[in-house]
Design a protein around this ligand. Structure first.
Ligand SMILES: [Zn+2]
Ligand SMILES: [Zn+2]
Length: 251
């Protein structure tokens, strides 16, 4: 039995079958869920009009300030829901609440984010620094990527060994888009070859890479991860996140 399934069995033993967010009893059909359908519907979808590339609905004139510095291989990024008072507790449960099982609820609203594909794709979760991974016991982005692979039919591999975090970055609260970019500069590296798929890095150019993260704020983390992958040969990179935070000082 895998550790993750033991964890999930233990969770089910101790958690009553009620919605984590509104505490309504879950129906038999939703017994494996943590969030009821009503609460899932309260997650406010991010909708167009938006910047075709970064998916930011802010109106802008001229080049988009959010994505004009992104590496050219990063084609588009989309998020499912706004990080508001309805979505925040769900992200918190995934990240800090020790409830990775909630990823299935989050990815249920991410189904339509699948990028247009005309070749083989792989999902790549944004890696955590080793210390943070040890503290948390799991990488929430990896849990999300695995749930997304199931949501998308289970045929997209999740690659966790290619992209690595080479340094810890300070928590990115209250930083402008520019300082966020500087904050994560050089934070990622690519381990080439012998990383799960033999010589995968050498053939990165023939794959569509879909980066997965829990929250998009300015896209700095995704852009920096994409930069490392582009330097390793990737040509088409997409990003998907469950939530998108409104940027307070961005206009
Ligand atoms: Zn609920
Ligand atoms: Zn943009």
């Amino acid at each position: 039995m895998q550790l993750s399934s033991v964890r999930s069995a233990v969770e089910q033993l101790f958690l009553p079958a009620e919605c984590l967010l509104c505490h309504a009893l879950l129906s038999q059909r939703d017994a494996n869920r943590l969030v009821c359908p009503v609460c899932r519907q309260r997650w406010r979808a991010v909708r167009p009009p938006w910047c075709e590339r970064c998916g930011q609905p802010e109106p802008h004139f001229g080049p988009c300030r959010l994505c004009n510095q992104w590496p050219s291989a990063l084609k588009s990024v989309r998020s499912a829901a706004w990080l508001d008072h309805n979505a925040r507790p769900a992200v918190h449960a995934l990240k800090y609440g020790g409830l990775p099982r909630i990823a299935d609820d989050l990815t249920a609203v991410m189904a339509q984010l699948r990028p247009p594909s005309d070749g083989p794709s792989v999902l790549i979760p944004i890696p955590l620094a080793t210390k943070r991974l040890r503290q948390r016991g799991y990488n929430q982005s990896e849990v999300l990527a695995r749930a997304l692979a199931r949501e998308w039919g289970g045929r997209i591999p999740v690659l966790v060994t290619l992209l690595v975090r080479t340094r810890e970055t300070p928590t990115q609260t209250a930083l402008t888009p520019e300082t966020r970019l500087a904050n994560v500069a050089g934070a990622f590296g690519v381990r080439n070859a012998k990383c799960g798929m033999r010589n995968f890095a050498c053939r990165l150019s023939s794959f569509e890479l879909i980066l997965v993260d829990d929250v998009f704020t300015t896209g700095a983390t995704l852009a920096e991860a994409a930069r490392a992958l582009e330097q390793a040969g990737a040509r088409r990179i997409y990003g998907v996140t469950f939530a998108r935070a409104a940027i307070p000082d961005f206009s």
